[in-house]
Design a protein around this ligand. Sequence first.
Ligand code: ADP
Ligand code: MG
Length: 389
Amino acid sequence: MNIHEYQAKELLKQYGAPVLDGGIAYTADEAEQVAKDLGGPVWVVKAQIHAGGRGKGGGVKVVKSVEEVKSVASDMIGMNLVTHQTGPAGKEVNQVYIEDGCAIANELYVSILVDRETSRVAIIASSEGGMDIEEVAAETPEKIITVTIDPASGLSGFHCRKVAFGMGLTGKAAGGVAKVIAALYKTFMEKDAAMLEINPLVVTADDDVVVLDAKMGFDGNSLYRHKDVQDLRDPTEEDPMELEAAKHELNYIKLDGSIGCMVNGAGLAMSTMDIIKLKGGEPANFLDVGGGATRERVTEAFKIILSDPNVEGILVNIFGGIMRCDVIAEGVVAAAKELELTVPLVVRLEGTNVEKGKEIMANSGINIISASDLGDAAEKVVAAVKEAK
Ligand code: ADP
Ligand code: MG
């Protein structure tokens, strides 16, 4: 789960990271009031969406009067902001953050993430802040510093200094950056974050260090123990179908293809998506109905798949273990009847009570294409979608 810049900054402030004063506004009038309270003389109006690259897209504006804050906020709220991270469709701006302006001398980059290769938390830093870090990594990899933290001993002063000196800093600025790194790391660990990116971390004209931008994401599996983080969720930033799926304890991720998948088990779901691609199709989603799916849950899963207008065919791939194939077959038939399926449906069942399951489908009066194995199923659904076109 991701949060907004202003929320991340509030959180980081609690941990002692230096952030500028600012306030959130949902209307131009609120923006005006925040600007008056801050006092100026320079303000920055920042669109709050869950995507970076806002500056280049027109979502970050430096202004020098309260009137300007108001008019820029009025333009920004409700606008569709397109950045390289939102995709071409863009995202609607519902709120803006008004922040004190900062006299920037130097823009740095710092992020903390879980490094899959070492299975450890890593701090990534660069003196080349404010830019696209992927570009820096590709063109000048020597300017990227990586420090990996041993989970047993945690973060020490030398890690922080290694980052600061590695970026070429000295004196007050180096000390300031080392302190910020410690605060960022503590926030990351205590809140079970998955990603924290400060781009830019700024050194001011007075050699003060300030967190100027903050992107933060959390491990969804840990949210149950962080009520305060859960409360930061912005449902308007999330896929409505994924939210609906979560209500029914379905593991659903929307994708861009045309073949809807309903599978039990995450591993089987992944291989089903792979084999659909191998046979020339594109999956419309990842969907794991779980081990103990009931008829109701199967129906909900169908509804979610079918609410995606891109779906042109459905592949059900179930391995009946604890869950019996006949129960699944009943669920599939009930859902297909209730929802009046208009797209081809291919079902591959295997495991406990598979014969009974196949019988239920064959006698259902519904046009279900039965498949014998996974390869066969993928081939059949790709062919059926082509034919239906
Ligand atoms: P994004 O990464 O989405 O483009 P940032 O918050 O990084 O958004 O802002 C983009 C740029 O705008 C920063 O690199 C910085 O140069 C400038 N900027 C952002 N906030 C401030 C501020 N409070 N004062 C001065 N400049 C700012
Ligand atoms: Mg940024």
